[in-house]
Design a binder for this molecule. Structure first.
Ligand code: PRP
Ligand code: URA
Length: 208
């Protein structure tokens, strides 16, 4: 799994445990997800290029930095929205695209229903957000879609990944780095990640 980067951090490990807990109420789930998203955003941005600029402090002139690369954040609707705000807090200059995809619960095949992207994807660093990488069908479809729209430098950011999903993305999109915080054990026969955290979209939005 050479395309996979595990982002390990004590604060993330604590927070993942809160998210896994079935008794965590939805409002707490959302807050904790945002908190993890902020750490993830910092970690997946480590290699962004900088340009130099000058600023005046209250005392004197000094040199500093600004991001040299355009960043586009693309949450996969719905659950990716749970990560968006944390990413935007840390990278406020980013632009945002959206992809709507859900899994057909019987076939587990991805169904896409919406997309809207900012211009100039080809030159942007695109961060595709989805907390759950299960079979990999949704992520793989989202990546194909982004590539069709011209995106090149894409990184796929997830929270929990199943080995099955990582394998599918690696096979279909060997050029795409995947970031996750935990590689879980496997999928159950309904395509849910074990031990997982359940249905991320339902827990963020209070649906079932
Ligand atoms: C969840 C999740 C991923 C997908 C992962 O979305 O947010 O998009 O499942 O599963 P896969 O790797 O097997 O494709 P879901 O289909 O539940 O839609 P929702 O976010 O609208 O609830
Ligand atoms: N989607 C989820 O939200 N959870 C899973 O465990 C699998 C897919």
């Amino acid at each position: 799994m050479k395309n996979l980067t595990l982002i390990e951090h004590p604060l993330i490990k604590r927070d993942i445990t809160i998210l896994r807990d079935r008794d965590t109420p939805d409002p707490v789930f959302r807050v904790v997800l945002k908190r993890i998203a902020m750490i993830l955003a910092a970690e997946v941005s480590r290699d962004l290029r900088l340009k130099s600029l000058n600023v005046k402090t209250p005392l004197e002139r000094t040199s500093g930095h600004a991001l040299a690369q355009d960043v586009v954040i693309v949450p996969v609707l719905r659950a990716g929205l749970g990560l968006l705000e944390g990413f935007l807090d840390v990278i406020p200059e980013a632009r945002v695209g959206h992809i709507g995809i859900y899994r057909n619960e019987q076939t587990l095949q991805p169904v896409d229903y919406y997309s809207k992207f900012p211009r100039g994807l080809r030159k942007s660093v695109v961060m595709l957000l989805d907390p759950m990488l299960a079979t990999g069908g949704s992520g793989s479809a989202a990546l194909s879609f982004l590539k069709e729209k011209g995106a090149r430098a894409i990184r796929f950011v997830t929270l929990l990944a199943a080995p099955e999903g990582v394998r599918l993305i690696t096979r279909n999109h060997p050029d795409i780095p995947i970031f996750t915080t935990v590689l879980d054990r496997r999928l159950n026969n309904r395509g849910y990640i074990l031990p997982g955290l359940g249905d991320a979209g339902d827990r963020i939005f209070g649906t079932d």
